[in-house]
Design a protein around this ligand. Structure first.
Ligand SMILES: [Zn+2]
Length: 69
């Protein structure tokens, strides 16, 4: 067992070879946590609303800062 839980089906990922690391999820009031999924469930994990929002903010900030140059 790996101690990781699949983001898609919420089942524990028992086979280390079947565990795919998706990234670290930031939390406002907590240290955050690592996100994992079964290899065959990676494609089924939908886009993370928080991650998309953070990415959009980064892209907007970058666009605004480079426009002056
Ligand atoms: Zn799964």
């Amino acid at each position: 067992m790996t101690g990781h839980v699949c983001r898609h089906c919420d089942e524990e990922i028992t086979d280390p070879d079947d565990a795919v690391y998706l990234g670290h999820k930031e939390a406002a009031s907590a240290p955050g946590w690592d996100v994992w999924a079964h290899r065959e469930h990676v494609d089924l994990v939908g886009p993370d609303p928080d991650a998309v929002r953070i990415l959009a903010r980064v892209l907007i900030a970058r666009a605004l800062s480079t426009r002056k140059e």
